[in-house]
Design a protein around this ligand. Structure first.
Ligand SMILES: *[C@@H]1O[C@H](CO)[C@@H](O)[C@H](O)[C@H]1NC(C)=O
Ligand SMILES: *[C@@H]1O[C@H](CO)[C@@H](O)[C@H](O)[C@H]1NC(C)=O
Ligand SMILES: *[C@@H]1O[C@H](CO)[C@@H](O)[C@H](O)[C@H]1NC(C)=O
Ligand SMILES: *[C@@H]1O[C@H](CO)[C@@H](O)[C@H](O)[C@H]1NC(C)=O
Length: 377
């Protein structure tokens, strides 16, 4: 009875203004609460505990001003990409959650370092998901990256992209998602499909670019990590359908291994190079040139081996690492982020500290470093 009379009352024309006012007030309250929630999602303590996110730290003014950022499909750049004359570097983030992607200043640092070191090269930061893409516009890290004209954040649909390739079956029947290491395997396989189709340089997200590709002045290269194991964290391919990539794709299509971590990556890559190089020894310390493929000495990409990963994080090692870098003059630097146990305090770098990683960050990825405030997580 009361409801009925109230609704009758609200529906009367002379009450319309009141109705709009209430609706407006409700919307405003909702908007304020939503904004508050977004900007204060994480308390300072949580930041210390879980080391998340500069993503949500954004002022109301910035929020209102930001245009929506939606991920463009990489195929929208197809003409540019397929032209071998164009220089491009690819990074692939195969985690299925955009929050994680945009919450990682160390990954972003690698992307920025590539853009800053190679201003004449287009950098493609490829995501394999569109989920949470709306959050891009709140990401200070995305803003820092997009302040470079040559960085492009793009979406790649793995099913669409693998269609018509020898790996179609692997993706279409979702075999790769049933793997024991779906994220790693996806990244292993995608980099090969991309390099085979477009040529260019692939870099892992924990690889800093220290020397311009122009200066390296070499095409078709990679670096061994030990004798006869060439790692796929840094790969340059000068032209489409390079014989090494074709051999690799063929191997993947017939003997993709869903259970072993490294089987589809370095092991298979090395087999493909050895096949191309007719079994020549790929020595860790030497440059090996076989036809139009070259392996540089290990130290040009991996001057500090994976078991020394902690040296990048320790202030005490700063001097030693600097000496190693001076002696080896690497082109790239693999930081071995994947080795880290992020719940350990020692790897949560303090911005004002003098670890090698922080110092390199300030030099090679200054815009991303500015978003990190206290911690370079
Ligand atoms: C590797 O390089 C070193 C120094 O240039 C040389 O002495 C050595 O013979 C090389 N090894 C091979 C197998 O070519
Ligand atoms: C690269 O080397 C392979 C094997 O020697 C050869 O078949 C191919 O034509 C070469 N490609 C180019 C572009 O030089
Ligand atoms: C630095 O190198 C020296 C000489 O190789 C070594 O004795 C020392 O333990 C190293 N320090 C650190 C922190 O790695
Ligand atoms: C990481 O470090 C934390 C704290 O020291 C420890 O409890 C945890 O077991 C470690 N995790 C792994 C995977 O080593």
């Amino acid at each position: 009875m009361r409801y009925q009379s109230l609704s009758n009352k609200l529906l009367k024309p002379d009450c319309m203004i009141w109705q709009y006012f209430m609706l407006g007030a409700f919307c405003l309250l909702f908007f304020i609460l939503a904004t508050y929630k977004l900007t204060n999602l994480y308390s300072e303590e949580e930041i210390q505990l879980y080391s998340p996110s500069p993503i949500m730290k954004i002022s109301l003014a910035q929020f209102l001003e930001a245009k929506t950022l939606l991920l463009e499909n990489i195929l929208s750049d197809i003409e540019f990409l397929e032209d071998e004359k164009n220089k491009k570097i690819f990074f692939i983030e195969s985690h299925m959650d955009a929050m994680r992607i945009l919450d990682n200043p160390r990954h972003a640092c690698s992307v920025e370092s590539a853009a800053k070191t190679n201003p004449d090269t287009q950098i493609f930061f490829i995501l394999t998901t569109k989920s949470n893409q709306m959050l891009l516009k709140y990401s200070e890290i995305a803003r820092a990256l997009l302040s470079y004209d040559n960085i492009h954040i793009r979406f790649l649909n793995i099913y669409e992209f693998s269609k018509g390739t020898v790996l179609e079956d692997l993706f279409v029947h979702k075999k790769i998602l049933k793997s024991k290491y779906p994220i790693e395997h996806m990244a292993d396989v995608l980099r090969i499909l991309i390099l085979n189709r477009f040529g260019g340089t692939y870099l892992d997200l924990d690889v800093l670019s220290l020397v311009p590709l122009k200066k390296i002045n070499q095409e078709n290269f990679a670096c061994p990590e030990s004798d006869n194991v060439v790692t796929n964290a840094v790969v340059n391919i000068g032209y489409k359908n390079h014989e090494v990539m074709e051999a690799y794709l063929h191997k993947l299509s017939i003997s993709y291994s869903p259970k072993e971590w490294g089987a589809n990556g370095p092991d298979m890559f090395t087999d493909s190079i050895r096949q191309f190089c007719k079994g020549v020894n790929l020595e860790k310390r030497n440059t090996t040139i076989c036809g139009n493929f070259t392996t540089f000495p290990s130290e040009k990409c991996y001057p500090i081996e994976f078991d020394g990963y902690w040296m990048f994080y320790s202030e005490e090692s700063y001097k030693n690492v600097t000496e190693i870098l001076y002696a080896t003059q690497p082109y790239f630097l693999h930081i071995w982020n994947k080795m880290l146990n992020f719940s350990k305090q020692e790897f949560r770098l303090v911005y004002s500290g003098h670890s090698t990683y922080v110092e390199l960050g300030k030099k090679y990825c200054p815009q991303v470093m500015k978003t990190t405030e206290k911690y370079f997580r």
